[in-house]
Design a protein. Structure first.
Length: 305
Protein backbone atom coordinates (compact mmCIF):
# COMPACT_ATOMS: atom_id res chain seq x y z
CA UNK A 1 0.00 0.00 0.00
CA UNK A 2 1.57 3.24 -1.18
CA UNK A 3 -0.05 5.90 0.97
CA UNK A 4 1.34 9.38 1.60
CA UNK A 5 1.56 11.22 4.90
CA UNK A 6 -0.90 13.78 3.53
CA UNK A 7 -3.45 11.05 2.84
CA UNK A 8 -3.06 9.68 6.37
CA UNK A 9 -3.51 13.16 7.84
CA UNK A 10 -6.69 13.78 5.85
CA UNK A 11 -8.24 10.45 6.86
CA UNK A 12 -7.43 11.20 10.51
CA UNK A 13 -8.96 14.66 10.18
CA UNK A 14 -12.23 13.19 8.90
CA UNK A 15 -12.20 10.52 11.62
CA UNK A 16 -11.59 13.08 14.39
CA UNK A 17 -14.11 15.60 13.08
CA UNK A 18 -16.80 13.00 12.22
CA UNK A 19 -17.61 15.08 9.16
CA UNK A 20 -16.11 15.81 5.76
CA UNK A 21 -17.39 19.37 5.94
CA UNK A 22 -15.91 20.12 9.36
CA UNK A 23 -12.62 18.42 8.52
CA UNK A 24 -12.35 20.43 5.29
CA UNK A 25 -13.01 23.66 7.18
CA UNK A 26 -10.36 22.89 9.79
CA UNK A 27 -7.76 22.16 7.10
CA UNK A 28 -8.90 24.96 4.79
CA UNK A 29 -9.50 22.50 1.95
CA UNK A 30 -12.38 21.92 -0.41
CA UNK A 31 -14.78 19.22 0.77
CA UNK A 32 -14.69 17.61 -2.66
CA UNK A 33 -10.90 17.26 -2.39
CA UNK A 34 -11.24 15.63 1.04
CA UNK A 35 -13.81 13.18 -0.27
CA UNK A 36 -11.68 12.20 -3.28
CA UNK A 37 -8.66 11.61 -1.06
CA UNK A 38 -10.57 9.37 1.36
CA UNK A 39 -12.14 7.38 -1.51
CA UNK A 40 -8.69 6.87 -3.02
CA UNK A 41 -7.34 5.54 0.30
CA UNK A 42 -10.32 3.20 0.61
CA UNK A 43 -9.76 1.99 -2.95
CA UNK A 44 -6.12 1.18 -2.24
CA UNK A 45 -6.97 -0.54 1.04
CA UNK A 46 -9.93 -2.39 -0.44
CA UNK A 47 -12.12 -1.52 2.54
CA UNK A 48 -14.58 1.16 3.65
CA UNK A 49 -13.18 3.44 6.31
CA UNK A 50 -16.44 5.29 6.98
CA UNK A 51 -20.17 4.57 6.94
CA UNK A 52 -21.87 7.43 5.13
CA UNK A 53 -25.49 8.44 5.47
CA UNK A 54 -27.22 11.67 4.60
CA UNK A 55 -26.89 12.87 8.21
CA UNK A 56 -24.01 10.96 9.84
CA UNK A 57 -20.48 9.83 9.20
CA UNK A 58 -19.05 7.12 11.44
CA UNK A 59 -15.87 5.10 11.23
CA UNK A 60 -16.14 1.40 10.45
CA UNK A 61 -14.30 -1.07 12.73
CA UNK A 62 -11.66 -1.32 10.00
CA UNK A 63 -11.57 2.46 9.79
CA UNK A 64 -11.02 2.83 13.54
CA UNK A 65 -8.15 0.34 13.48
CA UNK A 66 -6.63 1.98 10.42
CA UNK A 67 -6.80 5.38 12.11
CA UNK A 68 -5.13 3.98 15.23
CA UNK A 69 -2.20 2.76 13.12
CA UNK A 70 -2.16 5.91 10.99
CA UNK A 71 -1.97 8.11 14.10
CA UNK A 72 1.08 6.20 15.34
CA UNK A 73 2.75 6.61 11.94
CA UNK A 74 2.00 10.34 11.73
CA UNK A 75 3.11 11.04 15.30
CA UNK A 76 6.33 9.07 14.78
CA UNK A 77 7.00 10.90 11.52
CA UNK A 78 6.38 14.30 13.11
CA UNK A 79 8.64 13.48 16.05
CA UNK A 80 11.38 12.38 13.68
CA UNK A 81 11.10 15.52 11.57
CA UNK A 82 11.14 17.70 14.69
CA UNK A 83 14.28 15.91 15.86
CA UNK A 84 15.92 16.37 12.46
CA UNK A 85 15.04 20.06 12.38
CA UNK A 86 16.66 20.39 15.80
CA UNK A 87 19.70 18.50 14.48
CA UNK A 88 20.03 20.91 11.55
CA UNK A 89 19.72 23.86 13.93
CA UNK A 90 22.38 22.44 16.27
CA UNK A 91 19.92 21.85 19.11
CA UNK A 92 19.95 18.05 18.85
CA UNK A 93 22.43 15.36 17.96
CA UNK A 94 25.72 14.24 19.43
CA UNK A 95 29.11 15.87 19.94
CA UNK A 96 32.06 13.55 20.58
CA UNK A 97 35.19 15.12 22.05
CA UNK A 98 38.63 13.74 22.87
CA UNK A 99 41.00 15.66 25.12
CA UNK A 100 44.15 15.38 27.18
CA UNK A 101 43.27 14.49 30.79
CA UNK A 102 44.30 17.88 32.22
CA UNK A 103 42.29 19.71 29.57
CA UNK A 104 39.27 17.46 30.08
CA UNK A 105 39.41 18.08 33.82
CA UNK A 106 40.18 21.82 33.94
CA UNK A 107 39.63 23.59 30.63
CA UNK A 108 36.50 21.87 29.32
CA UNK A 109 34.05 21.70 32.28
CA UNK A 110 33.01 25.40 32.34
CA UNK A 111 32.73 25.41 28.53
CA UNK A 112 30.64 22.23 28.59
CA UNK A 113 28.43 23.66 31.33
CA UNK A 114 27.66 26.78 29.28
CA UNK A 115 27.13 24.72 26.14
CA UNK A 116 24.73 22.32 27.86
CA UNK A 117 22.70 25.23 29.20
CA UNK A 118 22.25 26.51 25.64
CA UNK A 119 21.86 23.05 24.00
CA UNK A 120 20.28 20.77 26.63
CA UNK A 121 19.11 18.16 24.09
CA UNK A 122 22.56 17.58 22.58
CA UNK A 123 24.35 14.45 23.79
CA UNK A 124 27.97 15.16 24.74
CA UNK A 125 30.69 12.59 25.26
CA UNK A 126 34.27 13.31 26.36
CA UNK A 127 37.09 10.77 26.28
CA UNK A 128 40.52 11.55 27.70
CA UNK A 129 43.70 10.06 26.28
CA UNK A 130 47.33 10.85 25.54
CA UNK A 131 48.12 13.27 22.72
CA UNK A 132 48.89 10.72 19.98
CA UNK A 133 45.71 8.77 20.70
CA UNK A 134 43.61 11.94 20.77
CA UNK A 135 44.84 12.94 17.30
CA UNK A 136 44.33 9.42 15.97
CA UNK A 137 40.70 9.50 17.14
CA UNK A 138 40.16 12.71 15.17
CA UNK A 139 41.77 11.29 12.05
CA UNK A 140 39.73 8.09 12.26
CA UNK A 141 36.44 9.91 12.82
CA UNK A 142 35.93 8.33 16.24
CA UNK A 143 35.40 11.85 17.64
CA UNK A 144 34.23 15.08 16.06
CA UNK A 145 36.67 17.38 17.85
CA UNK A 146 39.82 17.15 19.93
CA UNK A 147 41.12 19.57 22.54
CA UNK A 148 44.81 18.95 22.85
CA UNK A 149 48.30 20.38 22.93
CA UNK A 150 49.76 21.04 19.49
CA UNK A 151 53.55 21.24 19.46
CA UNK A 152 54.21 20.74 15.75
CA UNK A 153 52.45 21.35 12.42
CA UNK A 154 49.52 19.04 11.64
CA UNK A 155 49.03 19.60 7.89
CA UNK A 156 46.23 17.03 7.58
CA UNK A 157 44.10 18.56 10.36
CA UNK A 158 42.44 21.89 11.04
CA UNK A 159 43.97 23.47 14.14
CA UNK A 160 42.34 26.38 16.01
CA UNK A 161 44.56 27.62 18.90
CA UNK A 162 42.50 28.67 21.92
CA UNK A 163 44.87 29.00 24.91
CA UNK A 164 48.42 28.71 26.19
CA UNK A 165 49.78 27.61 29.54
CA UNK A 166 53.27 28.28 30.86
CA UNK A 167 55.53 25.73 32.50
CA UNK A 168 56.21 25.99 36.24
CA UNK A 169 58.25 24.22 38.86
CA UNK A 170 56.25 22.68 41.73
CA UNK A 171 57.82 21.89 45.09
CA UNK A 172 56.89 21.43 48.79
CA UNK A 173 56.47 24.63 50.88
CA UNK A 174 59.59 23.81 52.90
CA UNK A 175 61.79 23.61 49.80
CA UNK A 176 64.46 26.29 49.36
CA UNK A 177 62.76 27.43 46.14
CA UNK A 178 59.92 28.81 48.29
CA UNK A 179 62.16 31.75 49.24
CA UNK A 180 62.74 32.73 45.60
CA UNK A 181 60.43 35.02 43.65
CA UNK A 182 61.30 33.49 40.29
CA UNK A 183 63.04 30.47 38.83
CA UNK A 184 64.83 29.67 35.61
CA UNK A 185 65.29 26.24 34.12
CA UNK A 186 68.99 26.40 35.02
CA UNK A 187 68.00 26.61 38.71
CA UNK A 188 66.79 23.04 38.41
CA UNK A 189 70.28 21.70 37.62
CA UNK A 190 71.25 19.13 40.23
CA UNK A 191 67.76 19.02 41.76
CA UNK A 192 66.18 15.55 42.13
CA UNK A 193 63.48 15.54 39.48
CA UNK A 194 60.15 13.72 39.38
CA UNK A 195 59.45 13.30 35.68
CA UNK A 196 56.40 12.40 33.67
CA UNK A 197 56.42 9.32 31.49
CA UNK A 198 58.29 9.82 28.17
CA UNK A 199 55.04 9.38 26.23
CA UNK A 200 53.54 12.43 27.97
CA UNK A 201 53.40 15.74 26.10
CA UNK A 202 54.46 17.39 29.39
CA UNK A 203 57.67 15.37 29.41
CA UNK A 204 58.36 16.17 25.77
CA UNK A 205 57.98 19.93 26.33
CA UNK A 206 60.14 19.75 29.47
CA UNK A 207 62.95 17.92 27.71
CA UNK A 208 63.08 20.56 24.98
CA UNK A 209 63.29 23.27 27.65
CA UNK A 210 66.06 21.47 29.54
CA UNK A 211 67.97 21.09 26.28
CA UNK A 212 67.55 24.79 25.49
CA UNK A 213 68.87 25.64 28.98
CA UNK A 214 71.74 23.18 28.40
CA UNK A 215 71.12 21.17 31.56
CA UNK A 216 70.25 17.55 32.19
CA UNK A 217 67.62 16.88 34.89
CA UNK A 218 68.47 14.40 37.64
CA UNK A 219 65.45 12.14 37.14
CA UNK A 220 64.91 9.99 40.22
CA UNK A 221 61.36 8.76 39.52
CA UNK A 222 58.89 8.71 36.62
CA UNK A 223 55.12 8.40 36.47
CA UNK A 224 52.38 8.89 33.87
CA UNK A 225 49.89 9.93 36.56
CA UNK A 226 49.62 13.59 37.60
CA UNK A 227 48.47 12.76 41.13
CA UNK A 228 51.37 10.35 41.61
CA UNK A 229 53.88 12.97 40.50
CA UNK A 230 52.34 15.48 42.93
CA UNK A 231 52.41 12.99 45.80
CA UNK A 232 56.07 12.15 45.20
CA UNK A 233 56.97 15.85 45.13
CA UNK A 234 54.99 16.47 48.34
CA UNK A 235 56.96 13.66 49.99
CA UNK A 236 60.18 15.59 49.34
CA UNK A 237 61.53 13.18 46.76
CA UNK A 238 62.16 15.85 44.15
CA UNK A 239 60.67 18.77 42.23
CA UNK A 240 58.63 18.58 39.04
CA UNK A 241 57.77 20.81 36.11
CA UNK A 242 54.13 21.12 35.05
CA UNK A 243 52.13 23.43 32.77
CA UNK A 244 49.61 25.88 34.18
CA UNK A 245 46.52 23.80 33.51
CA UNK A 246 47.93 21.00 35.67
CA UNK A 247 48.31 23.22 38.75
CA UNK A 248 44.69 22.68 39.95
CA UNK A 249 45.22 18.92 39.67
CA UNK A 250 48.19 18.98 42.06
CA UNK A 251 46.64 21.41 44.56
CA UNK A 252 45.65 18.54 46.88
CA UNK A 253 49.35 17.97 47.63
CA UNK A 254 49.82 21.49 49.03
CA UNK A 255 52.63 22.32 46.61
CA UNK A 256 53.91 25.77 45.71
CA UNK A 257 54.85 26.82 42.20
CA UNK A 258 57.02 29.32 40.39
CA UNK A 259 56.81 30.10 36.68
CA UNK A 260 60.00 29.15 34.83
CA UNK A 261 61.91 31.45 32.50
CA UNK A 262 65.13 31.42 30.49
CA UNK A 263 63.50 30.12 28.39
CA UNK A 264 59.78 30.76 28.87
CA UNK A 265 58.08 27.58 27.67
CA UNK A 266 54.34 27.44 26.98
CA UNK A 267 52.07 24.85 25.45
CA UNK A 268 49.73 25.79 22.62
CA UNK A 269 46.27 24.37 23.28
CA UNK A 270 43.96 24.00 20.31
CA UNK A 271 40.71 22.56 19.06
CA UNK A 272 41.52 20.10 16.30
CA UNK A 273 39.22 18.57 13.71
CA UNK A 274 39.47 16.59 10.50
CA UNK A 275 38.73 19.00 7.61
CA UNK A 276 37.70 16.09 5.40
CA UNK A 277 34.82 15.16 7.71
CA UNK A 278 31.95 17.69 7.76
CA UNK A 279 30.84 18.90 11.18
CA UNK A 280 27.20 18.71 12.22
CA UNK A 281 25.61 21.92 13.46
CA UNK A 282 25.86 20.83 17.11
CA UNK A 283 29.62 20.33 16.77
CA UNK A 284 29.98 23.70 15.05
CA UNK A 285 28.13 25.26 17.98
CA UNK A 286 30.57 23.64 20.41
CA UNK A 287 33.49 25.02 18.37
CA UNK A 288 31.93 28.47 18.75
CA UNK A 289 31.40 27.96 22.49
CA UNK A 290 35.02 27.02 23.16
CA UNK A 291 36.44 29.84 21.03
CA UNK A 292 34.22 32.52 22.56
CA UNK A 293 34.67 32.03 26.30
CA UNK A 294 36.36 35.24 27.44
CA UNK A 295 34.49 35.22 30.77
CA UNK A 296 35.64 31.72 31.72
CA UNK A 297 38.41 31.97 34.38
CA UNK A 298 41.61 29.99 33.94
CA UNK A 299 44.24 28.70 36.40
CA UNK A 300 47.47 30.63 37.04
CA UNK A 301 49.99 30.74 34.20
CA UNK A 302 47.22 30.04 31.66
CA UNK A 303 45.82 32.47 29.10
CA UNK A 304 43.02 32.43 26.54
CA UNK A 305 44.10 33.40 23.05
Amino acid sequence: MDLTMQQLRLVLAVHDAGSFTLAAERLHLAQSSMSRTVREVERRLGIALFERTTRNLTSTPEGREFCRVARQVVESFDAGINHFQGFLAGNRGQVRIAALPSLAAILLPPVVSAYRAAHPAVELSISDAMSDEVLQQVRAGVVDLAVTVVAEPLPDLHVKPIATDRFCCVFPPQHRFAAQRGLSWSNLAGEPHIAFDPSSSIRQHAERAFAAAKIRPDVVLESSNISTVAGLVAAGLGVAVVPGLVLPLVAFAGLEHRALDEPVISRRIAVVRNPHRPLAAASKAFMTAITQRAETPLPPETTWL
